[in-house]
Ligand binder design. Structure first.
Ligand code: PLP
Length: 257
């Protein structure tokens, strides 16, 4: 039986502020007409300023949760955010191969507040084993440079990441200093497509998770990749326009439409 809303299997960290992580996924996917199946990859200790601690969930527990859901529900897309540690990668890849659905991966390597969220071992496992199965990768500029170290330009980083097998990359520029936010979509055998968005005042907590989850929702509806990328950016920009304050650090996106 087909579910009445397209289901997105989300594997993300839990952010107790509700700004980023699995909260962002559930809200952004619901606002875009989907339903999130939510699996927590890591618990975090954080506030609206920064992440203080990441505690990974056991890979076996994650694998059991995916298997139980996959046996019951028809999954239309997969969204991966913060990966708790390198040991979580093999079960994730195994299920991606079994489910054969579009995969959006937001490589959460560094918190907006500056904390490092990924070890060298995790980055190596992601690069070697996960990226070849990714439909859409959504790094910010700093994350793209970290996944493709030593390359001079973001264009070169994108070409390198495409050469690893990932099909599409949307490099976001919220963390850069251009007057507009410049996001660039790269795919093989296609000229890069540039999107420019007004840079809103202040910075936000959870913008990247919102964008990636919205992309997954549109892909779960069956949208073409270019449509998903465009619509998800529009939704994210609107959410940032509605951002609200819950603490003393960055504001969080207003994802409810
Ligand atoms: N915590 C979790 C669980 C996340 O998934 C993310 C980002 O995706 C962050 C914290 C950091 O979010 P930001 O960089 O927007 O502050």
């Amino acid at each position: 039986m087909k579910p009445s809303l397209p289901l997105v299997l989300c594997l993300s960290g839990h952010d107790p502020t509700g700004g980023a992580g699995i909260h962002a996924d559930i809200e952004a996917i619901a606002a875009n007409g989907g339903h999130a199946l939510s699996i927590i990859t890591a618990h975090t200790v954080q506030d609206t300023h920064n992440v203080l601690r990441v505690a990974a969930v056991a890979p076996l527990l994650i694998a059991q949760q995916i298997e139980t859901l996959a046996n019951d529900c028809e999954i239309a897309a997969i969204k991966i955010g913060l990966v708790g540690d390198a040991e979580q990668i093999p079960p994730l890849v195994q299920w991606i191969l079994r489910l054969k659905k579009p995969v959006v991966f937001d490589p959460v390597l560094r918190a907006g507040g500056g904390s490092n969220l990924a070890s060298a071992a995790l980055i190596a496992a992601v690069t070697e084993h996960l990226l070849p199965h990714v439909t859409l990768l959504t790094p910010n500029a700093a994350e793209a440079r970290r996944l493709a170290p030593g390359l001079a330009s973001l264009e070169q980083c994108a070409q390198y990441l495409l050469s690893l097998g990932c099909q599409n990359i949307l490099i976001t520029g919220g963390d850069e200093s251009d007057p507009s936010v410049i996001n660039t979509w790269h795919a093989r055998e296609q000229a890069p497509k540039v999107f420019a968005w007004p840079r809103l005042p202040e910075t936000f907590h959870g913008a990247g998770c919102t964008l990636a989850a919205a992309c997954a929702a549109f892909l779960a509806h069956g949208s073409a990749i270019g449509v998903a990328i465009e619509q998800a950016q529009r939704y994210t920009q609107d959410s940032l326009d509605r951002a609200f304050r819950i603490g003393q650090g960055r504001r969080i996106p207003g994802r409810h439409t």
